[in-house]
Design a protein around this ligand. Structure first.
Ligand code: HEC
Length: 191
């Protein structure tokens, strides 16, 4: 009796597994085929029918709370140079992290010690200044050696001429840590 029941069940299962659509029967199909919403597609859930939602008003995404309220202008560059302070302490850990980021984002132009001569420098492209340079700069009125915390952060954030802005590649925290390492390199001399 048991054997017969088993054979009938097996045949039933065998037949059930051969559906016309090639898939057979699925146990709880929702688990296999969850409805995926395209980011800019439409749905019937929200009144504006858009899948992409705005962040809640007045909220700031994690990691985007700004510590730097200066714009890209020359005026703000000078102001930042006077007023901005680094919220991160100078210590081995922070400077070390800055060094690792420098190797990834700056070294190919500024060279391993900030003296220029990185792998992609080219005489026609643009001159890369030495971080420990005593040449008076046009825009800052001071030398590279004297560039302040705020000026360095501003340059990394907004870029300068051939140097592109790095605010989309590095978070504020990362940029402040790179500043610490650039400041360490401001003492480097290859003379
Ligand atoms: C594509 C090459 C390139 C990359 C990448 C680059 N720089 Fe520069 N950087 C330059 C050039 C060129 C200048 C000089 C611009 C000028 O004076 O016209 C410069 C200038 C600077 C200055 C001086 C700015 C000032 O106010 O005068 C600082 C500081 C600096 N870079 C830091 C960095 C740091 C830190 C990084 C990495 C996060 C970086 N740079 C990445 C090419 C680069």
């Amino acid at each position: 009796m048991k054997a017969k029941f088993f054979i009938i069940c097996s045949i039933g299962l065998l037949l059930a597994s051969c559906g016309n659509d090639g898939r057979g029967y699925e146990y709880m199909p929702d688990m296999y085929r969850s409805p995926s919403l395209e980011t800019y597609g439409k749905n019937k859930v929200f009144s504006d029918s858009l899948n992409a939602r705005d962040p809640v008003k007045g909220t700031i995404a994690r990691g985007y709370l700004t510590t730097f309220s200066f714009g890209p202008s020359q005026e703000d560059y000078l102001l930042a140079g006077k007023k901005a302070t680094n919220p991160y302490d100078t210590n081995d850990k922070n400077t070390g992290e800055g060094k690792a980021l420098y190797a990834m984002f700056c070294k190919h132009c500024h060279g391993p010690n900030g003296a220029g001569g990185g792998s992609i420098t080219h005489p026609v492209y643009s001159a890369i200044p030495h971080y420990n340079d005593s040449v008076l700069l046009r825009r800052s009125g001071n030398t590279m050696r004297e560039l302040t915390t705020g000026q360095i952060f501003h340059a990394i954030t907004y870029g300068l001429n051939a140097m592109g802005p790095h605010s989309s590649q590095l978070t504020e925290e990362e940029r402040w840590k790179v500043v610490l390492y650039v400041q360490a390199l401001q003492n480097y001399s290859n003379e």
